[in-house]
Design a protein around this ligand. Structure first.
Ligand SMILES: [Zn+2]
Length: 432
């Protein structure tokens, strides 16, 4: 069978498989929105990083994002930068939305004017229709990332959408612990005034426990944006000295890296909480959204001592650790408690993802791969378009292995089914 035929045959079977989307930042459907101008609607999310990389100024980007500025007035700026980024995978998501959802072959000013009338709003009706068509059964969402949102969630004052399960967002509870006011704000969630490190740990444990009772299915941490993943095992004495420095005088605050031992200590304690509460832990590794960040602090290999110490905690490592492919394959193969999560990486680098899917089959149990996460913010049309790219990458990887004589078509479908549905279902204990 020729390659194209094999690809399309396999893709059409994979296209129909049910999906658990392992990572989004969504609250669920909203009635009112927001973006009604076509360019602003089509440059949502990661594509903005590519625009910045192409040299757009923050002021020009603000103009493109401004919903009240006419498309005609933005067109010049947009065209100049779109020209340069049109072949990236982030831009491919926009192209798929334009083609498959709005029915336009090319982006032109005329096409944008026609799109204006059809812009997808994140209503329940649109969510249901788009997710049904893509066969996405459940989405794991990381949105509880400030104290007010967490409070709402724990008190049950949260909008309900039956396809979303939430994660407990961890960074604020260790990476933000620098001053008296924030520590007391954490205590205030449970009407407690914090007077010791023990108090603080008790409060965070109780918050996690209540969040689990309200339905969170895991913990998520993306502090690699602002610190190294090298969480040292420090003594309690060191951590408590820093914590007491804050408590002993509300005017004190910790800087960085002064606060690191306390941050490290807290993270380790929270891994113990994860073990006690049987919550899997999702960790951001590799590439970061935006520009001008540092990659070396995000390499998953820095987590080795955490992965070795907390053997009863399952870790779902994100984004294929892009661009450190060898390290993530090693970690997945070497540690029974490490899972590989392909969220976002499919549109960071499709060929890397294809290679990673392929090599993951050759090197580790296929049951340890979570195949898809959209990683978008309340924009369902981006999620389903991203999923198409992920399924293409996955199909190409499987076709390669069929051609090598390594697997047959039925095994390929079984593997894809595990990646997209069975593995996340089991890891996060979901009833989907
Ligand atoms: Zn994310």
């Amino acid at each position: 069978m020729d390659d194209n035929k094999l690809f399309s045959e396999l893709y059409s079977r994979i296209e129909k498989l049910p999906v658990i989307d392992c990572h989004e930042h969504i609250m669920g459907p909203k009635e009112e929105l927001s973006i009604r101008e076509p360019i602003a609607s089509l440059i949502n999310g990661y594509i903005q990083s590519d625009l910045l990389s192409a040299g757009i100024s923050p002021q020009e980007l603000d103009i493109l994002n401004d919903n009240s500025i006419d498309t005609e007035k933005k067109w010049g700026i947009f065209k100049r930068f779109w020209e340069q980024i049109q072949f990236t995978a982030y831009a491919k998501v926009t192209k798929l939305i334009v083609r498959d959802i709005y029915g336009e072959e090319k982006i032109s000013l005329e096409a944008l004017n026609r799109i204006r009338e059809k812009i997808i709003q994140p209503t329940k009706e649109n969510y249901d229709a788009l997710l049904d068509k893509a066969n996405i059964k459940l989405l794991l969402s990381d949105i509880l990332w400030d104290l007010d949102t967490l409070k709402k969630f724990i008190e049950g004052r949260f909008p309900y959408y039956d396809r979303i399960k939430f994660l407990f967002s961890l960074p604020q509870f260790h990476n933000n612990i620098r001053n008296f006011e924030f520590i007391q704000r954490v205590g205030a969630l449970l009407n407690r005034h914090i007077t010791s490190l023990d108090d603080y740990l008790e409060v965070v444990y109780e918050l996690l426990k209540r969040a689990k009772e309200k339905g969170v299915v895991g913990i998520k941490d993306q502090s690699a944006y602002s610190r190294s993943l090298d969480y040292r095992l420090v003594t309690r004495y060191e951590a408590e000295t820093l914590f007491n420095k804050i408590l002993s005088d509300p005017r004190n605050s910790l800087g960085w890296p002064e606060a690191k031992p306390l941050d490290d200590y807290l993270f380790h304690q929270f891994m113990n909480f994860a073990r006690e509460l049987k919550l899997p832990v999702q960790i951001h590794t590799g590439h970061m959204a935006g520009i001008r960040n540092r990659i070396e602090k995000t390499n998953a290999v820095l987590l080795s001592s955490i992965l070795e110490l907390y053997q009863d905690v399952n870790f779902d490592l994100f984004h294929g650790n892009w661009p450190y492919i060898g390290e993530i394959l090693f970690l997945g193969k070497n540690y029974p408690n490490v899972y590989m999560d392909f969220c976002w990486v499919n549109i960071i680098d499709p060929m890397y993802s294809e290679e990673l899917y392929c090599r993951a089959i050759l090197t580790l149990p296929y049951t340890k791969v979570n195949g898809f996460g959209g990683d978008y913010f309340d924009v369902p049309e981006y999620i389903v378009s991203h999923l198409k790219i992920a399924k293409e990458n996955m199909t190409r990887a499987l076709v390669n292995l069929i051609k090598m004589g390594w697997i047959n078509e039925d095994s390929a479908i079984n593997i894809a089914k595990s990646w997209l549905f069975e593995n996340p279902k089991r890891l996060f204990n979901l009833d989907a």
